[in-house]
Design a protein around this ligand. Structure first.
Ligand code: RB5
Length: 143
């Protein structure tokens, strides 16, 4: 499985940790930038990750900015993307189980790395429940 990762400068440090963790877990990781803490614009990186997942070049994505808010808004503007911003393990579980989120957003300045990696694992290891949630996800994808 291929996972695309992307961040702005505010999410760079956490994106690097997430990337290392995903590689350790055996995933094929594509790093779409940014590659330093030099200031960049989060919409660019949310869009590029959204497009990678929507086009099928990557199966899933993880995006990180300072809060996770801006980059999740950007990713969600790409048709077919369901990006869930998570600040707890429970949210990570539910955004896969109910929303079938294909991109996870994290806040590099708001979520401690140890918790962020638990959130990543919970999201990856949870199955989408389907059923009534499939209909709602289909509604999202038609917007
Ligand atoms: C960049 O300073 C900051 O605005 C950005 O990382 C993010 O938090 C936006 O939502």
């Amino acid at each position: 499985m291929k996972i695309a990762v992307a961040s702005d400068h505010g999410g760079f440090a956490l994106k690097e940790k997430v990337k290392e963790h995903l590689i350790e877990r055996g995933f094929d990781v594509e790093d779409l930038g940014t590659h330093s803490e030099e200031s960049v614009d989060y919409p660019v990186y949310g869009k590029v990750c959204g497009e990678a997942v929507a086009s099928g070049k990557a199966d899933l994505g993880v995006v990180v900015c300072g809060t996770g808010i801006g980059i999740s808004i950007a990713a969600n503007k790409v048709k077919g993307i369901r990006c869930g911003l998570c600040t707890s393990v429970e949210m990570a579980h539910l955004t896969k189980q109910h929303n079938n989120a294909n991109i996870l957003a994290l806040g590099g300045r708001t979520t401690e790395p140890e918790l962020a990696l638990k959130i990543v694992d919970e999201w990856l290891d949870t199955e989408f429940e389907g059923g009534r949630h499939q209909r709602r996800v289909d509604m999202l994808d038609q917007m």
